[in-house]
Design a protein around this ligand. Structure first.
Ligand code: URA
Length: 204
C-alpha cells in the first residue's frame, strides 16, 4: 500500500472514531487523541491512554511522560516523526484512572485497524495494558525488553514490552531499565531489516 493511501485510510479511520457515539469516555474528554506519526512506519508505539495534556492538545505523549519518551527516542537516534504513536484507548479517562477492560475492548477494533493499515514490523508496548494485548498474562517486570514474535493475522510482528514512561518518572530503577530496554531497539530493528532484505531477495 502506498504511503498516500495509508494516510487516507488513517484519516478515514480517525473520522469514523470521531463520529462513533458508542465509544466510551467521549463525554468526559475534550477530544479524540487518535495518534500521530509516519503512516509508512515500521515501528508502532502503543501506550495506555491520553492524560491531561494529550486531551488538551489532541496529540499522544505530549506531557511529562511524552517528554521522557522523546528523550528515549533521541537516545537511539530514532526521530519521533518516523514512528507511529497511539494508545489502547483514545479518550482521556476521568482523573487519569486506569482504562477499564470494556473501554479497551471498545477501542480494540480501531487500534487493530491502525495496525492492519500500517503493517508495522515492530510494536513497542508502553505499560501493562498495551502489553496485555499481545502477551496476555505476562508480568512486565519479567518480560520488559524481551522480543516476542506474534502472529498477527498471518503476518509476523515483533512485540517488545516496555515499562510505561510515567512509571519511569516515578522510579529511578524503572528509569534505568527503560533506558536499557530502548538501547536494544536499534539491534532489533537491524535484524528486522535484514529479514526483510532476505525476503525481498527470495522473491526476485
Ligand atoms: N500516557 C499514555 O499512556 N499515553 C499518552 O498519550 C500520554 C501519557
Amino acid at each position: 500500500m502506498e504511503e498516500k493511501e495509508k494516510s487516507a485510510r488513517l484519516q478515514d479511520l480517525k473520522k469514523r472514531m470521531q463520529n462513533d457515539t458508542a465509544l466510551p469516555l467521549r463525554n468526559s474528554a475534550t477530544q479524540l487523541v487518535f495518534g500521530e506519526g509516519s503512516p509508512d512506519t515500521k515501528i508502532f508505539f502503543l501506550g495506555e491512554g491520553p492524560g491531561y495534556w494529550e486531551d488538551q492538545k489532541g496529540r499522544p505523549f505530549v506531557g511529562n511522560a511524552g517528554a521522557l519518551l522523546n528523550q528515549l527516542l533521541y537516545s537511539i537516534k530514532l526521530p519521533r516523526q518516523d514512528v507511529f504513536i497511539t494508545n489502547v484507548i483514545c479518550f482521556r479517562p476521568p482523573e487519569n484512572r486506569d482504562p477499564l477492560p470494556e473501554e479497551i475492548e471498545a477501542f480494540r477494533p480501531y487500534i487493530d485497524e491502525m495496525i492492519d493499515i500500517m503493517k508495522p514490523k515492530l510494536i513497542v508496548t508502553l505499560g501493562r495494558f498495551s502489553m496485555a494485548k499481545f502477551v496476555p498474562g505476562a508480568k512486565i517486570t519479567a518480560v520488559h525488553g524481551k522480543s516476542f514474535v506474534v502472529d498477527w493475522k498471518g503476518r509476523k510482528i515483533t512485540v517488545v514490552p516496555m515499562f510505561h514512561p510515567a512509571a519511569a518518572l516515578r522510579s529511578g530503577e524503572v528509569l534505568r531499565m527503560i533506558k536499557e530496554d530502548f538501547m536494544l531497539l536499534p539491534d532489533i530493528l537491524k535484524k528486522e531489516n535484514q529479514v526483510q532484505a532476505e525476503q525481498m531477495n527470495l522473491s526476485i
